[in-house]
Design a protein. Structure first.
Length: 369
């Protein structure tokens, strides 16, 4: 009887035009275990074999090595070896690159270098395809490489046609060719699977090869058709068995904690089917130290961490571990990146983030209980 009365009340409220409070699975729940810590600023991340300004750099593992996937990579002028000394002006750009991560988070090794001398510059990682109407100006907002089977990885990205808008989110196969991670195939009839106008932009916010299961999890923002605030700030989730990452029919979509996982593509974009609200691009890692997942992201200029024992949530409130200083007036600080391979115990977590669109800064957080 109570359920029937509640339903009748909701229907009556809807008929009268009264706003109905809906479930919100994005609200923080519980207590964040990260309480005691100190944070050290380490410096700026630069290339050991090239010279460019860049952003993002989401890390992922493939074949026992860790790689970073970067966004817009602005080449420095011919012969410049230090981006801090680069003269003003445009010297060349590619929309994404890939680099090897090592034991020093301040130094990366670029791959797919061109023939420029005396300093070679990185070429594009996710290739544009002119047969699909793409040009070298198209953006491919990639996140972490996720290993599917031994030596084969998937990289998720968002196709950005600039003035023409966002096209869709897709996945590409990554294999090691001549010692370098190389995109060998992009999937979908036009290079993407999930149309941005009516489907979440899966993989654009974050991607994770879950070390606690056989799944790859991907997170993406609301479709472009959802333009009203606050609904346009929700983030949605999908997953797939890692070995099936290149088969669209094998993906599952999170319909919220009240409905769970479904094979049907998500079509309802509200707080009860979302997992996050108002977060930018970030990275999720498993912490052996806390026995929980940690989501690294930025809130304004603050590097913040939230935790959950399940990727489906609920997630705890954010804890601020560092406040960055923007490098210029009006500059943005964004894209939290985790480097978990530097300390597998999880007692420390090295984090990088982008400052002013072309500088990557690095901090190290040391936890204590």
């Amino acid at each position: 009887m109570l359920n029937r009365l509640c339903l009748a009340s909701l229907l009556a409220a809807a008929a009268l035009g009264t706003p109905v409070e809906r479930r919100d699975d994005t609200q923080p729940v519980g207590t964040n275990p990260i309480k005691n810590f100190h944070t050290d600023f380490l410096g700026e991340q630069k290339s050991s074999n090239s010279c460019a300004g860049r952003d993002l750099g989401f890390t992922g593992q493939l074949g026992g090595k860790w790689y970073g996937v970067y966004g817009d990579t602005n080449w420095c002028a011919q012969g410049v070896t230090d981006p801090d000394k680069n003269p003003a002006g445009f010297h060349g750009i590619v929309r994404d690159t890939v680099a090897l991560m090592g034991n020093n988070p301040l130094s990366i090794q670029d791959y797919h270098l061109n023939g420029d001398t005396p300093v070679a510059h990185p070429l594009q990682f996710i290739p544009f395809n002119s047969a699909w109407g793409e040009t070298n100006l198209y953006g491919f907002g990639g996140t972490s490489i996720c290993e599917t089977t031994s030596g084969v990885g998937a990289v998720y990205y968002l196709v950005n046609a600039n003035d023409a808008g966002l096209k869709g989110a897709g996945v590409a196969k990554v294999q090691i060719v001549n010692g370098q991670p190389t995109v060998t195939q992009r999937f979908g009839n036009t290079g993407w699977w999930w149309q941005s106008s009516n489907t979440p932009r899966y993989g654009d916010v974050a991607a994770l090869r879950d070390p606690k299961s056989n799944y790859i999890y991907i997170w993406g923002g609301a479709p472009t058709s959802v333009s009203n605030f606050p609904d346009n700030q929700y983030v949605y989730m999908a997953r797939v068995n890692a070995a099936d990452a290149f088969d669209l029919t094998k993906y599952q979509y999170w319909w919220g904690r009240s409905q769970g996982w479904k094979s049907n593509v998500l079509t309802t974009f509200t707080s009860d089917t979302a997992v996050f609200w108002g977060v930018g691009q970030g990275q999720i890692v498993w912490s052996d130290y806390y026995q929980t997942y940690i989501f690294v992201h930025l809130s304004g200029n603050n590097v913040v961490l939230r935790t959950a024992t399940s990727l489906e949530g609920p997630w705890t409130p954010d804890v601020t571990v560092y406040t960055a200083t923007p490098l210029a007036s009006g500059a943005y600080v964004y894209a939290g990146v985790a480097h978990p391979y530097l300390d597998t115990t999880g007692q420390t977590l090295t984090i990088s983030y982008t400052n002013n669109a072309a500088v990557i800064q690095v901090i190290k957080v040391t936890f204590s209980k």
